[in-house]
Design a protein around this ligand. Sequence first.
Ligand code: 2RA
Length: 353
Amino acid sequence: AQPTLAVVGATGSVGSVMLELLSSRRNHWGEIRLVASARSVGKSLTCRGERLDVLPLTAEVFDGVDVAMFDVPDAVSEHWAPIAVSRGATVVDNSSAFRMRPEVPLVVPEVNKDAVKSRPIGIVASANCTTAAMIIAMAPLHDEYGLRELVLASYQSASGAGQLGVDTLHDQLAKVAGDRMLGSRTGNVRQAVGDDLGPFPAPLALNVVPWAGDPADLGWSSEELKLRNESRKILGLPALKVSATCVRVPVVTGHSIAVHAVFAAEVTADGARQALRNAPGVILVDDPESGEFPMPIDAVGTDPSWVGRIRRAMDDPRALSLFITGDNMRKGAALNTVQIAELLATEIAKRST
Ligand code: 2RA
């Protein structure tokens, strides 16, 4: 029999992309159960062309489940993932609750899929959206040249902050549309947007906000430290130097990262392009003179990380600058989680034959 899957957080914005992917990718699953908080019960959603009732999050809902994908807030994962495991499921969790625990593998399948094999507490963590998009391109460059340091600036879209982020950006854009004075010395964007900033600490329309996540140590944000810690863990480079500045931009979907990477060996832009051309999960878009570079408006709705603007540093033959864009709802969230769940499904299928 094919394994049973639970989707926890099925009614959320990442959950809905998970259902889309489960409907469009090769099917690995027998029964699929859609699970959400009590307030979503009574709803039904379509998956694989079937209308399914949303079930409440209880311990019993995991009875008979082989794999449970979670996309819920950290505290909900922290509480419910171990309960799902105690009922016999393996959990693939997309929150940050378990990512840095040594006993939990942190997986981006194109880079370290074998890490799923050892999961002593029955939980596998899926990487943060910005890390996932970036690491898929950095891993083949690391294999080629030996990565030593990353200096990063992210350009993160509103959907990284959930549906509220997307709604807030659209509401703000509607408020500023048509006023040609806004953003000039006399046109006040703060006033036009009003007090409702949604999940952002400042207006996002006509602006960039150099802050994403929560305050962490020494002035860094949680998103910045995720990039550092998760990159080190996924690449198995505990001493990798990483400095990131995470910035929210008025884009609906698609996180981008400007990368300055320093390697052990000398690099060439052509060598880097060659390493990336056949890399899994990467699409090379690097012809700036013809207007071809990675951008969220093109990457949205697609699976790969789009990579371009590859240049060797002018002042360091061991350093590259490049630009990466990926759909944060797909590779950055739903797709990576679904891919990990599929690795587990394949393992379960092998075991039962
Ligand atoms: C963001 N990385 O973009 C987060 C979502 N997990 O806010």
